[in-house]
Design a protein around this ligand. Structure first.
Ligand code: OOG
Ligand code: MG
Length: 257
């Protein structure tokens, strides 16, 4: 199978909410090419890339999925659910939610910039929820497989942006994920590489290395602070990040039409 064929297969799996088998013998560099090709298909349908998501930036996530390397994927405008909005379950295969924080870039970052100076590229931060949905059977994959599948990215919800200044500490904030008001997962933003700014630095560097330099206005999801939880129809999901506030959505029946 060519890289373009693999990209088409993964894109179709996402469009039709039907899982496919994992590719064999894919290399990481080629996997990022497949990811880019599948996003090109979305672009041709009118979607716009609005930023990136980081994956496997916390021990919890590495342990849950058995992968120890930090990865990234692309976010498009069509993946965004407004805060308080709904996720149509029929459009997804086996979706899960995880609590994150998001950065909004005020200027183009330099890939060689240290994390400390990168803080000045951040305009605002927000609490966020990422909805991941592997296009592979049983939500199982290897490193190259998940990269090709756009790092399992399916949807994301952003809470209110809060202006970022270097005085705003974001490294040790309590994080909780609630299902219908009951805490399902809890942790700290310190779980995200020790400091979410380091996840941003990794994202800036990795995305540039694979041909996707970030720019002003881009959103960067730092990666989940806790393990992800499976969704079921009707459930209301809320993430709370200390000092940043809540963000929520509801998983609903149907395909949204
Ligand atoms: C891959 C994506 C990981 C995160 O926040 O660590 C991720 C997956 O778990 O399916 O989004
Ligand atoms: Mg995530």
């Amino acid at each position: 199978m060519t890289l373009a064929e693999l990209a088409e297969r993964l894109d179709r799996a996402a469009l039709t909410a039907a899982a496919v088998a994992q590719p064999a013998d894919l290399e990481v560099g080629d996997a990022y090419l497949v990811q880019g090709l599948s996003i090109d298909r979305r672009r041709r349908r009118g979607e716009r890339v609005v930023g990136i998501k980081m994956g496997f930036t916390s021990r919890e996530k590495m342990r849950q999925m058995g992968i120890e390397e930090t990865i990234w994927g692309r976010l498009t405008d069509a993946m965004r659910i407004p805060s308080g909005g709904t996720l149509p379950m029929a459009r997804h295969i086996h979706p899960r939610a995880e609590p994150e924080i998001a950065f909004l870039l005020g200027r183009a970052p330099d890939p060689d910039e240290p994390a400390a100076s990168l803080a000045s590229a951040v305009e605002a931060v927000a609490p966020a929820i990422e909805i991941i949905d592997s296009r592979y059977e049983d939500f199982r994959f290897d490193l190259a497989g998940v990269i090709a599948d756009n790092a399992s990215s399916a949807a994301f919800v952003l809470g209110e942006w809060r202006p970022f200044s270097t005085g705003l500490a974001i490294a040790g904030l309590d994080v909780a994920l609630e299902l219908d008001g009951r805490v399902a997962e809890s942790g700290s933003t310190a779980a995200i590489l020790g400091d979410p700014l380091l996840a941003l630095a990794a994202g800036v560097r990795l995305a540039a290395r694979y041909g996707h330099p970030l720019t002003a206005g881009d959103v960067v999801l730092a990666g989940a602070a806790t393990a992800a939880v499976p969704l079921r129809e009707g459930v209301r999901v809320t993430a709370r990040v200390e000092a940043l506030g809540p963000v929520s959505f509801r998983a609903v029946a149907g395909d949204g039409s």
